[in-house]
Design a protein around this ligand. Sequence first.
Ligand SMILES: [Zn+2]
Length: 126
Amino acid sequence: MTEACERVCRVMQRVANEEKIRSGGVFNCRKISGTNVWSQHAWGNALDLFPTESRFNDEIARAAVTQATKRTVANRGRKLELSNVIDHLNSRIWTPGTGWHDYSGSVGPHVHVQAAPIKTGTPACA
Ligand SMILES: [Zn+2]
């Protein structure tokens, strides 16, 4: 796992509500579904959060964005460095420069929280 993603995991654990998040996953040596681009999961640079119920997906996504846009106690007064947050259930993506916009990738009940900086090239697992 990247150092940046370790921080993402620590901060999201501090704000996690166990009644709303069933599980999380970081490392997965694969390409982005439907593309030839390596997923940040192949470097351990993104965290997927799976809600206990689909209706919590939006709240989990917004909680991650709050950590990236506000100086929070959970991140010891800093903003969390994220390159994007994908609300896969509601087909929307948040990026630091543009905020929320439409996302056309895979759909399902989970939130993708991607650390910054992003990794490029070929991952060690390939
Ligand atoms: Zn993901």
